[in-house]
Design a protein around this ligand. Structure first.
Ligand SMILES: [Zn+2]
Length: 195
């Protein structure tokens, strides 16, 4: 009951809409020293209470599943490549499992979706600029969420209430996503009508 997989069938989730951790930013903030422990991710879209511990060859992330309240531990290796003009550039190695085998893609960002951090490919994400018709995607997303919540596809109707058996956090996440999508739809509609 957390909306998992839902986005895949309607419109792919966009990187821009998800919480991400950025290894370059952590490098700039000098957080990548082994032994360093810090927190992040208390924002609206992010996971709750993420604790990061930097180790010699990687990092351990502990965060809480908002649906179940359970702690989730994820480990990622860090890799470093030499830059053309000196210095080293850090990378996360995605550890998402596919048929028992790790993804191992070298990425600068790991995105948080469905209670897990993973790379863009593992989460099936797209960038906004890659979508051929963002307006159509936004409309489809908003309509699908309204129907999933028991409403109909008409955006002029009031937004559906929370279904009885759905968690509040799930409902709020879906509602926020629908609101962002609907804002895009209305913005485009206003441009087209010249208002
Ligand atoms: Zn991956």
């Amino acid at each position: 009951m957390d909306g998992s997989g839902f986005g895949r069938t309607v419109a792919r989730d966009r990187c821009e809409d998800l919480f991400a951790i950025d290894v370059r930013r952590w490098q700039r903030e000098e957080r990548l020293e082994p032994g360093n422990i810090f927190h992040c991710g208390e924002g609206e879209m992010g996971p709750k209470g993420v604790k990061i511990a930097i180790e010699e060859t990687g990092l351990v992330l502990v965060h809480r599943n908002p649906e179940t309240g359970e702690d989730i531990t994820q480990r990622f290796r860090l890799d470093w490549t030499a830059c053309q003009y000196g210095g080293h550039r850090p990378w996360f190695i995605c550890s998402e499992l596919h048929d028992g085998k790790e993804c191992e893609r070298r990425v600068a960002k790991l995105y948080f979706k469905d209670g897990r951090f993973a790379c863009r490919i593992c989460h099936g994400l797209t960038y906004a600029s890659q979508q051929k018709d963002p307006w159509g995607q936004a409309l489809a997303t908003a309509q699908a969420i309204r129907m999933k919540l028991g409403g109909d596809a008409a955006l002029v109707n009031p937004f559906p209430d929370k279904p009885a058996r759905m968690h509040w956090s799930t409902y709020q996440r879906l509602r926020e996503r629908a609101q962002r999508a609907e804002a895009q739809v209305w913005e485009r509609a206003q441009r087209l009508t010249g208002r």
